[in-house]
Design a protein around this ligand. Structure first.
Ligand code: ZOZ
Ligand code: NAD
Length: 705
């Protein structure tokens, strides 16, 4: 039919194959080819029924996401899949959709327009559009309830999680699972049904009744809690709610209106930016795709504390045997018991079975020696933060590790080159900065030292995928990407309370912006003593006369370390709920008075701009220095490691939506008020703003195929 859609005949069955690698997205040409193939099969008297299948590893992964931006900008006309789907459904010959891999978004919508669906046992189907800030736009919110029932359709459309083939079968989305030879099974099935009257999904009514009417309110409640700030999940619920109330055609009109509202929003632009960003971060300019990888079959972790235990779980979860080494039996027992407790929690919540937990525990070997480390392909160090200790551990592992072994440090801030200097193989030393809790957080900052081999980097990026992490490459500097940017962000949060904002106002304003937690609440959670200790160690680096935050140190001197002591910036009740603490408020006032800081009313807009633009300015600075490869790499760090709201696309994307000229204007205002040491604009920000450019535009210049 065209180069993307092929039509063949297997005796009396027409076989239409969609061949648009890598994921058979519905790019321009695919809908047209599919329509022509359906029409041609209908016109061929020798054809009794039709099979639609995907070439390669999947059925159809949905609309071509790259097209949405072009449609919004007007570069491409808005197209609708609805006429194609009606044509499939109205085909006089039964159409059997043969699903393997994924039928997602527009892919499932195409599948539901068929008269039957057969499915491979490991295939998945779903309506993940909300994850891109949109909703199904080709009748998915109207056909899915007719196949799977209203309640399940609400869940699938509002939350976007795919379901398995057996579940699809049980729900009535699929008609048969075909264990092997999907095409052969689909053709046989098509012959079986060739002479049966085929029902059209859009005409089916039986599952539109008898559901619990409270499902919509319950879904809205969940969406507001778990997708705070996002419009698409609520729009998806509204669209599905129309299905039992309105005719199919009217329901589709409601869906189309809501789809458009979502598509033309900053939220969908941000979430699409994040989708492609997660894939872009793997592309590294001087590391070609064919860089040889070292094979990772066995791992070892040094230290079974907060991070070491979580890191070991990542390896066990990926089926990679891992040794965990500690200094004392007590520390080892503590570490292993935390791992066991975490797994048992997952079993109790039904995430996996006891048998899976047992398998994972069996992959973890706790010990007090380096025995067996010579077989490890990677060793991850996760001992206390301190250069002396890190170097000692690297000297030791360098002696026991085989030559090809990668030596990774989980340090949050220390110099990878100095750590590497303790070994005879700096080319194999790299940072693997996991985030706490390491078994949960998706981010892995991979830190490149000056000697780190390309092979070690490529292997780390590929390994991250096996560990189900999003890896972002960072250059070697204090704090790398994420923690270095956090410094100015936390600094401004504290300056604001010294200048007159309340702790509650700072936390609430940034929570309302969409952050998972306010900055002072994060500090209380992480423990104020951590930063206190670091500040004491690095006191000599402070520049005389440059303002530093004062309150956190005073709180620590009073033994208020945050949640762990029940008091920090806030007071915590027995359920760890924060309460305003009048004593802290008085202390802040006193500190400000002593330091001669003028107290005034601080508006929410200033809280947002001071904190966010401090983050952005530092991001621009490290981008200019080459610590981050692209602005989107920074965004992916913040979305996956720091609780930045996904629907705002990350700090650099947010800056683009505000406009870099405006951001620079505010940075200059703050510079005038607070001094150049704290607020001098990053040269890259100045350059992009004066060129009328954006961070996205900068990234385009840095693009790697
Ligand atoms: O790629 C994984 C995935 O989850 N993809 C997105 C699935 C999705 O969200 N589908 C819904 C799309 S929105 C939609 O369909 C709206 C709708 O209702 C239509 C309404 C009609 C509107 C009219 C317009 C026609 C997947 C699970 C599929 C595969 O994962 P892998 O880990 O194996 O592979 P990835 O993720 O590295 O992907 C490989 C390459 O494919 C690119 N890609 C994936 N899905 C795409 C897509 N490109 C365009 N559109 C898609 N739907 C992906 O970027 C990657 O590219 P490279 O260059 O980085 O290799
Ligand atoms: P932790 O105090 O919970 O654990 C450190 C563990 O290392 C302890 O159990 C200790 O007994 C063990 N240890 C010390 N010397 C050892 C040795 N020679 N051999 C084997 N084990 C040894 O600390 P943590 O929070 O897990 O931090 C570990 C590293 O991870 C630090 O570099 C830290 O900066 C970094 N990090 C921490 C976080 C976090 O949020 N906690 C996040 C990212 C990175």
């Amino acid at each position: 039919m065209n180069e993307l859609v092929k039509l063949m005949r297997s005796e009396d069955v027409a076989v239409i194959t969609i061949d648009n690698p890598p994921v058979n997205a519905l790019s321009p040409g695919v809908p047209e080819g599919l329509l022509a193939a359906i029409q041609s099969a209908a016109a061929d008297a020798a054809v009794k029924s039709v099979v639609v299948i995907g070439a390669g590893s999947t059925f159809i992964a949905g609309a071509d996401i790259r097209e949405f931006g072009k449609m919004v900008s007007g570069e491409r006309p808005r197209i609708s899949l609805l006429p194609l789907l009606l044509a499939i459904e109205d085909s006089p010959k039964p159409v059997v959709m043969a699903i393997h891999g994924q039928a997602l978004g527009g892919g499932l919508e195409v599948a539901m327009a068929g008269h039957y669906r057969v499915i491979a046992p490991r295939a998945q189907v779903g309506q993940p559009e909300v994850k891109l800030g949109i909703i199904p736009g080709a009748g998915g919110t109207q056909r899915l309830p007719r196949l799977a029932g209203v309640a399940k359709a609400v869940e699938m459309c509002a939350f976007g999680e795919p379901i398995s083939a057996p579940e699809a079968l049980a729900l009535g989305i699929a008609d048969r699972i075909i264990e092997a030879d999907l095409l052969g099974g689909a053709v046989a099935f098509a012959r079986e049904v060739a002479n049966r009257p085929a029902s059209k999904t859009r005409e089916r009514q039986e599952k539109l009744a008898g559901f619990d009417p409270s499902v919509f309110a319950a879904a809205r409640d969940t969406a507001q809690k778990t997708r705070r700030g996002q419009k698409a999940p609520l729009a998806a619920i509204d669209a599905v709610e129309a299905s039992p109330k309105l005719s199919f055609e009217e329901g589709c009109r409601v869906e189309a209106r809501l789809f458009n509202e979502c598509l033309y929003s900053n939220q969908s632009r941000a979430l699409i930016h994040a989708f492609f960003g997660e894939r872009t971060v793997n592309k590294i300019p001087d590391i070609p795709k064919n860089t040889p990888l070292r094979e990772i079959r066995r791992a070892a972790v040094v230290g079974a504390g907060t991070m070491g235990g979580g890191i070991a779980m990542n390896y066990a979860n990926a089926g990679i045997p891992v040794i965990v080494k500690e200094v004392s039996q007590e520390a080892l027992d503590r570490g292993l018991s935390t791992i066991r407790k975490n797994y048992a929690n997952s079993v109790a919540k039904g995430r996996f079975s006891q048998a899976v937990m047992d398998e994972r525990m069996a992959l973890i070997t706790p010990q007090l020696t380096y025995d067996g480390f010579e077989e490890a392909d990677i060793i991850v160090e996760a001992v206390f933060e301190g250069m002396g200790l890190k170097k000692q551990v690297f000297r030791e592992i360098d002696l026991v590790a085989k030559p090809s072994c990668i030596l990774a440090s989980n340090t949050s801030s220390l110099d990878i080159d100095e750590i590497a200097s303790a070994t005879r193989r700096p080319e194999s030393v790299i940072g693997h900065h996991f985030f706490s809790p390491a078994n949960v957080m998706r981010l892995l900052e991979v830190v490149r030292g000056k000697a780190t081999a390309r092979e070690a980097i490529a292997t780390s990026m590929a390994l991250a995928k096996r560990l189900k992490k999003v890896a972002v490459l960072a250059g070697n500097c204090r704090g790398f990407i994420g923690n270095r940017m956090l410094g100015p962000y936390f600094r401004e949060a504290q300056f604001l309370i010294e200048e007159g904002a309340t702790v509650e106002a700072v936390n609430q304003t940034l929570y309302d912006f969409g952050w998972a937690m306010g900055p002072l609440a994060v500090s209380d959670l992480a423990g104020l003593d951590v930063g206190w200790r670091i500040r004491k160690e690095f006191k000599h680096l402070e520049k005389p006369g440059v303002r530093v935050p004062l309150v956190a140190d005073r709180l620590c001197e009073l033994g208020r370390f945050g949640q762990k002591t029940g008091r920090g910036f806030s007071l915590y009740d027995e359920n760890r709920r924060p309460l305003a603490d009048p004593e802290t408020a008085a202390l802040i006032e006193q500190v400000a008075r002593q330091a001669g800081i003028e107290r005034r009313a601080v508006q929410a807009e200033e809280i947002v701009d001071r904190c966010l633009f401090a983050l952005v300015n530092e991001g621009a600075r490290l981008l200019g220095e080459g610590i981050a490869l692209r602005a989107v790499d920074i965004d992916i760090v913040y979305l996956n490691g720091y609780g930045f709201p996904a629907w705002r696309g990350g700090p650099m994307f947010y800056a683009d939506t505000v406009g870099l000229e405006k951001v620079l204007g505010r940075v200059r205002e703050f510079e005038a008020r607070h001094g150049s040491d704290l607020w001098s604009p990053a040269p890259l920000l100045e350059q992009l703003a004066s060129d009328g450019n954006t961070f996205a535009g900068y990234d385009k210049q840095m693009a790697v195929d």
